[in-house]
Design a protein around this ligand. Structure first.
Ligand code: UDP
Ligand code: MG
Length: 203
């Protein structure tokens, strides 16, 4: 059976790890694919790691869990890269642990990928999460500069994506030391489709 990897970067996510896993494990279709959940503990200083170790995996057929504990907090980009490097699925879905990316969309992403014969499904936010006025201004300036420099308009793009094995292998073999996942995945030029979603409140 073909495998799908779910990559979840976690920094101080003790309140959401279990809920994330139980929700996701209950909605994925294990008849068609098997699933490996890869949780990357990115230098948490709460009980995230023990929550990962205690996930109730045994009762869930077709699902396995891999936990990776980084030695310190390297940042989300490094955590995603680590997870993708350790993945063995035909495709991978990168998704936040704090439930701001709707877990319920995972089956829809897989269906969209299968039906459209494409390499990437980008999840595009239709709203912005609640954030301060200052953060809004800084974010606006950042995306304007990025757009001017690269020609890519990534303002509504997120790290919530499905990427197939061609894209995973291309991405993990790029020589960049400093990575920008959502920019580089778009830059690879592989065929893609966009799916809208509403950002949830942080768990
Ligand atoms: N995260 C991480 N390392 C970090 C910061 C965040 O692995 O140094 C994880 C975090 O646990 C979450 C995801 O990356 O699963 C998104 O982080 P956050 O919610 O802080 O970002 P935002 O929602 O503001 O984009
Ligand atoms: Mg978040």
């Amino acid at each position: 059976m073909k495998k799908i990897s779910i990559i979840i970067p976690c920094h101080n996510e003790e309140d959401s790890v279990t809920r994330f896993f139980d929700t996701a494990a209950s909605i994925v279709n294990v008849k068609e694919f098997s699933y490996e959940f890869i949780f990357i503990d990115d230098g948490s200083n709460d009980t995230t790691w023990s929550k990962i170790l205690n996930l109730d995996v045994n009762s869930k057929s077709g699902i396995s869990v891999k936990g990776i504990k980084l030695t310190k907090n390297f940042g989300k980009e490094a955590a995603i890269h680590t997870g993708l490097s350790e993945s063995s699925g035909v495709t991978a879905i990168t998704i936040d642990c704090d439930l701001q990316h709707p877990v319920e969309m995972i089956p829809k992403l897989i269906e969209t990928w299968q039906q459209n014969n494409i390499n990437i499904v980008h999840c595009i936010r239709t709203n912005r999460p609640k954030e301060s006025f200052l953060k809004k201004i800084v974010t606006n300036i950042y995306y304007k500069i990025l757009n001017a420099a690269t020609g890519m308009d990534l303002r509504h793009y997120t790290d919530f994506k499905l990427i197939d094995r061609n894209v995973i292998d291309t991405y993990i073999n790029l020589p960049e030391q400093s990575r920008f996942y959502k920019g580089l995945i778009s830059w690879t030029g592989y065929s893609s489709i966009n799916m809208d979603f509403d950002v949830e409140e942080r768990c």
